[in-house]
Design a protein around this ligand. Sequence first.
Ligand SMILES: [Zn+2]
Length: 511
Amino acid sequence: MSYTALYRNFRPLKFSDMVGQDHITRTLRNQVISNRVGHAYLFNGGRGTGKTTSAKILARVVNCLNPQDGEPCNECEICKEILEGSLTDVVEMDAASNNSVEDIRSIRDEVNFLPTKAKYRVYIIDEVHMLSTGAFNALLKTLEEPPEHVKFILATTEPQKLPTTILSRCQRFDFKKIPDDDIIKRLKIICSEANIKIDDDALKVIAVLSEGHMRDAISILERCSQENVENIKVEEVKELVGLPKLEYISRLAKSIIEYNVIEALEVIDDVINDGKDLYNYLWEVVKYFKDILVYKATSNLKLYSEEELNEIKNLSDKTEETRLLNIIYELSDLENDLKWSSQKTIMFQIGIIKACRKAQVSSEKLEIPVEVKQIEKTQKPEKKEPISNNIKPPASSTTTTSNNTDSAWKKVIDVLKRNGKIRLYTALINTRINEVNDLIWEVEFPNGLTSFNQKILEDVNNKNELIKEILKITGKEVHLRYKDLKNVSQAKENRPSSPISDLGIDINIID
Ligand SMILES: [Zn+2]
């Protein structure tokens, strides 16, 4: 584990310098003041939440020659030697690398001797859950009958891995994730002492990114401060942790919302020229649209500056919730298509053009819901017309399916409906089967296979469900293939034209 210079230099020296763990530091100080310090502690909590810092402060204050108000003076001979790491009575041990029985036995032998200089021998054992079983047993013996002059402070991120016999002999303190505001408070102190200039918005982003771990927050701050900029801004923080420039993301979102195809394609060019990965970029764009949606519902978002929030508010005001949802669905589909495509740039451009256009012709989006409405109708008891009345699959010239297979397939689809597998059922409406051989069934989609439905059909659980039902009805364990007939014929018609003229999906057969 590497500690940053900032983290070392600005490790709190007193309980009162720590942030976000008041419930713990208050209790520990009170114990010191009232002379009720226990002989074994377990500090539990995520990395960078202050476990080791607290352990070190506690080790000093119990030995300090001049403690004040439950805090070490950090000035006396003992405090200074502990701070320098030269006092042998305070032992820090990382159980991740010293986890053998011998390591713990050496402690057991040692504890019988009086401390050389300080009042107590203090053992701080980090990552204590890493000890071997034998080492735990050895430790337990010491914890059972500890000499008066010994204190143990065990720290762990995974208390569930500790034997209950150990747990029951320790006072346990659970360190919480540190709230963003407390992280910001501490970062501000460090910045002012280390003479680092940084915007408040940038601090906020660091706090959010650190997810409650002070060490991570300080490490991000330190890396930013090495970038040789006079004043650290949000952009530098995001660039450093690898978030794509928000400008690219919000520009594309704005173009889609405003149906501005030309601007959208320009942003994509900029992103490509900047060498950014399109797949990651799209992921961020989808996330951004989700954030706009969240903002619409809650007016609350983290990770954005005031200025960025204004832009999000602006975009949110311009768009209906249903349209935002449609865009998110569509871009998620594109994300999926992109994964399989060898021509990512073209696919991406086509997908974005579609997102800009489809939004204009909103009735197009109704295509699928019409089918869904039909299902809903048939599910109501007062209307008992069978679904097959509404669906007349076009006759196929290629199909070699026997009547038996045909009716078996209908049964399978019916069972899916009855079992409430509505998404899977919807995806298979209007399909028919081409029985390639005894082992392979090809599901044909005469009206095309949307990538939304493709995703449903590729889902492992759904696929297994389908195969299971076929097995029940036909007694055959078949392998399924999906064939998009619409795009096969379209592709043939459009072969000489550019892919942009064909806004369909370029996957014909999915195995
Ligand atoms: Zn002292």
